[in-house]
Write a protein that binds this ligand. Structure first.
Ligand SMILES: C[S@@+](CC[C@H](N)C(=O)[O-])C[C@H]1O[C@@H](n2cnc3c(N)ncnc32)[C@H](O)[C@@H]1O
Length: 257
């Protein structure tokens, strides 16, 4: 297992409590089929969301946005202040990476000041769990509870014999349709053309999703989400640095005909 050293806090400078990625190194891939000896809630109503979102305790709120394979959390951190009343949860299988996101959110909650006009400090509405979403997504999210599901730069699993490890598959699409409410959006983006075609083809073939183009989503006011999908994550930034292309495909959850 990779070693993790916490950044030493510097009482002079509040930004020094922000974690540094270099202290949370881990190998690039985790096996989604192994058990990872993790403990999971037996059902969504067994999750105490007040632990994740203390300022929302007692409101009955539960996550509405889920970032699957959130990596280092760039999307969550970007969207949090834009939708301060929407709870968002990242799911990340790698221990060091999910710990980084947890520490990053905790630090941001401390260092970001409350505003007398806009209310409590931002980032109260984001959290992360270390979890294998391919096995335990419905343990966290109840039926029709989500309005957005994000799959940003998922692991491509290039070889055919590894395609079963891809995060978009016919079986998993049934779970994604189950947790999304009618009208909810699945956002996918990748720099791997073959994976884009794979995700698009499978989602198009699934009867509870219909494609929705970027212009339509922007016209509906989801432009800031689309912008964040393109640019906010660490993988997205890496693709940009390397001059790679990005393929976006979005789908709306539709009602059973
Ligand atoms: C290529 S990275 C992309 C991370 C992030 N979305 C971004 O754009 O920067 C894919 C992430 O998905 C995570 N992941 C892969 N399979 C997963 C699973 N079954 N459950 C949760 N996370 C998973 C990996 O650990 C990795 O951090």
């Amino acid at each position: 297992m990779a070693k993790r050293k916490r950044a030493a806090g510097n009482s002079q400078d509040p930004s020094s409590i922000l974690p540094q990625k270099k202290h949370y190194r881990q190998r690039a891939h985790a096996n989604p089929f192994s058990d990872h000896a993790l403990q999971y809630p037996s059902a969504p109503n067994a999750v105490d969301w007040s632990v994740h979102y203390p300022t929302f305790a007692g409101t009955g709120s539960a996550p509405e946005f889920a970032d699957i394979g959130c990596g280092f959390g760039g999307l969550l951190i970007t969207l949090a202040p834009l939708f301060p009343d929407t709870l968002m949860l990242g799911m990340e299988i790698r221990v060091q990476v999910s710990q980084y996101v947890q520490d990053r959110i905790a630090a941001l909650r401390v260092t970001s000041l409350s505003d007398p006009v806009s209310g409590p400090s931002p980032y109260q509405n984001v959290s992360v769990v270390r979890a294998n979403s391919m096995k335990f997504l419905p343990n966290y999210f109840s039926k029709a509870s989500l309005s957005a599901l994000f799959f940003l730069f998922p692991d491509p699993h290039f070889k055919s014999r590894k395609h079963k490890a891809r995060i978009i598959s016919p079986t998993l699409l049934a779970e994604y349709a189950y947790v999304l409410r009618v009208g909810g959006i699945v956002y996918t983006i990748t720099d791997v053309k073959d994976l884009h075609e794979w995700m698009r083809t499978h989602l198009e073939a699934f009867p509870l999703f219909e494609p929705v183009d970027e212009q339509t989503l922007r016209a509906e006011g989801k432009g800031p989400i689309i912008d964040a999908v393109y640019t906010s994550t660490e993988e997205g930034k890496k693709v940009e640095r390397n001059g790679g292309e990005k393929w976006l495909a979005c789908f709306r959850r539709i009602a059973v005909q």
